[in-house]
Each structure stands twice: as structure tokens, then as C-alpha cells.
Design a protein around this ligand. Sequence first.
Ligand code: FES
Ligand SMILES: [Fe+2]
Length: 450
Amino acid sequence: MLSREENEILTRVGPDTPMGRTMRRYWLPIAASRQLPGPDCDPLRTQLLGENFVVFRDSEGRVGVIDEFCVHRRASLALGRVEDGGIRCLLHGWKFAVDGTVLESPNCGPGMRIKVRQPAWPAIEDGGFVWTYIGPAEKRPPFQRYRFFDSPEENRVILRINTAANYLQLYEGGTDSSHVGVLHMNMMNPGWKTGSFVGGDTENENDGAKVGETTGSMSEKSSMYVGDSIFDANVELRMEDTDYGYHYAAFRKAAPAEDGRKRWNVRITPVMFPTGRIIPANAFDFYVFEIPMRDDLTATYLVFDAPGPLDRQEIVDTMGLADERFWNDVDCNFRVSWDDRLGQDRRHMDRNFSGFAGIEQEDAVIAVSMGPIVDRSKEYLVPSDGAVIRLRKRLLESVRLNEAGGDPLGLAITDYSTVHARAETVLTEGERWQDLVPGNTAQPVRVAAE
Ligand code: FES
Ligand SMILES: [Fe+2]
């Protein structure tokens, strides 16, 4: 549970807010490269941290990130013509280069000097993304590299899903290990119908306000549809703070070793501030970035990075995004409405646990179902929410560091390629989970003199 004030600090991202100022210290993705498929393609109208931008690719293939509204009389440049090395405003034909320079201003006399530029921000295209930095110029940090930058394009799939919910609802969903086997029952435990429902432990005396600051452990009796699934909701969390945020391990009991020592199935998730995480998966590295477009709208970017070529359509299907009523790959908007119960199919809930199809569809629907911004002063937390609690605590720490004139967490890190998730791995009593991911606490950082 948070105070209302803390909730406001964490969720508001506009220019004059503590989190807005903190997020503006980092390079952030503003588009997937494929949204700008070639030179002089259609410009992209989008938002980042509550501000409006147009992203375009000029005739040379260079990418520009500029203010949406023309510096002359404020027409939207999202309607502009992209041609001859710039973007041309429809209203009076001013043309701007990717850095905002006014290249032409046809309604001005030949001798007139134009003293303005279209506001423009630095853009770097790498790893299948267009990254930009919209914070104070004098505080521009080093660019941060991820391991998927080095992959051939065919081995990588990036999906963008614009979801009508505050970024923190989606970010928390990604650090909440105990929902995986419940909400995503259809995928994680396809035999759920044949298991027996045990139900929650109503005798549980945990005080939600106190737990979770420490390692949590859910009651033995609290798993649903108890089978042998390692995805049951009965999870014990171990956490460790890192320079970039924290990482945590979800422990689930496994059969003991032959010598009688205890064993667990362990999944490890690193959480890289301000918006990233790596989800444990076997077949590929699975990065997620929850980028606030506005307070109530989030661009979720899913990055799948495999050792060999990936089939984009197969991933779209698996994520539950193939149904165009929910999403399409062109505008990337996740469309749901309460008019039809967010698209839930209750007729088939005898064999479909959630009434939805696929992990991303389920996650996005749940975030929307909470309303645009959750009031976290009204929650009742339990130990399995420990990683969510840690997320909020570390984000608040990061904001405080920034507001005090320092650097927010992880800002100095230049290379995230040593940071890994770990899919189910058996750990035996006496072994340290941190030893499975030694690179998670050793990133190259910018030297102070730079
Ligand atoms: S408003 Fe854009 S050129 Fe006049
Ligand atoms: Fe999920």
C-alpha cells in the first residue's frame, strides 16, 4: 500500500512532475524502427512522457524526433509531406530537417532570415528502436546498449502495444511472479481443468502493510488447481538491489535431491530502471519496456531475441495479438472497451480460464481493467507482492536521488549485455541464486571524468 502522495509521484510523468523529471534523464524508445519503414515514409505521430512528437525518416534514411506542432502557426506536422530531405508543413509549406533546421519557408520574402528552429531532440537508431532523449541538454547521459542490439534482424521481433493504462500497472504486472500461473493458466498450465481447486488461505494473518519489505513466503495452502505445475501461485521471493534497480528470484518447491537436500525451481528476473525488465524464457531473451506516452497511455515494447530466426506471426499469435479487434501491427493500439467486457469470451470459460487469448492480451486487459491510474492507497498486499513492493520502493528512491540533484538509478550504465534473466533452473540447498546470474551486478559504467 502506498500513500496517495507516493502514488502520485510514481504515476505522473509530465514535464513538471518528479517522475517526469526522473524519466527525462534517460534515453527512451519513442518508436520501433519498423514504424518508419523507409526513406520519406509516412511520419509517426506519437507521445512520450505527456508530450507530443512527430518521428520521421528523411530521404537519406535519417530519423528525426521533432515537436508535433509547427513552430510557425502550430499545425500538426503529423500531416506533413516527407520529401526532399525534410518534413514539409501542409499549412504554409515550411520544411524542416531532422535536427529542426528550417530548410524552406515559402511564405517569407527572399531576404528574410528565419531565427527559429522546429524543436528537435537527439535520435539514435539501434537495436530495432528509435531512441530519444528529451531531458536537459547539459545532463544527457551515455547511451545504453542491450545485448539484443548485436543480433541479426531476423533473430529479433519487436512488438509495440499502446495500452490505455498508466505505465506502472503494466510494469508491476511484469514483476508479479504469482500471477503467471493464474491469469496465464491457459498457457502455463494447460491441464488446469483436471486439477483440483484448493482456494486461498483465508486464515492467513499476514499484515500487508508490513510484509514484502522482506522476503515473502506464501502459505502452503494457497495455490490454485494444485498439480505439479511450477507455475503455481505459491511462490517465495528473494530480492537483491542492483545499480539499475533490482533483480529477484521466484522460488517454487521441487523434489528433494537424492541426498535429501531441499531443491527449488528458480526463475530470475532483472528489473532495469526506469522501464525495463527481462522475462525468464527458454527459447529467447524476452525484454519488455513500459514507456509512458501519457499518464494514462503506455507503449509496451516486447523484444524477442533468439539465437536463430524468429517467425513474427507466430509470436503475434502466441501473445494473443492476432485478433484485429484487439490490436494490429500498423497503429499498434490495443483496442478494448467495457461495451463488450473488454472483449472477454465467457462462453468458452469452461475450457479457457481467462476468456482471453494469449499472454499479452491478458496482461493488457487486466491493466486496463484497473482503470487509467490505480489508487494504490486502497490495496491489500500480501507477501507474494514483494517484488512489486520492491519496484515501487526503488522507483521512489530513484526519484528522490534525482530530485536531490543526483543521478537516478542505472543512469551511468553503458552496457546491459551482462544482465540476464534465468528461466526455470533447479537450485539445491546451499547454492546461491545470485551465482546463476553473476553479470547482473557487474555492468560497465561511465567513468566520472567522461
Ligand atoms: S503552420 Fe506550418 S508552415 Fe505555417
Ligand atoms: Fe502477465
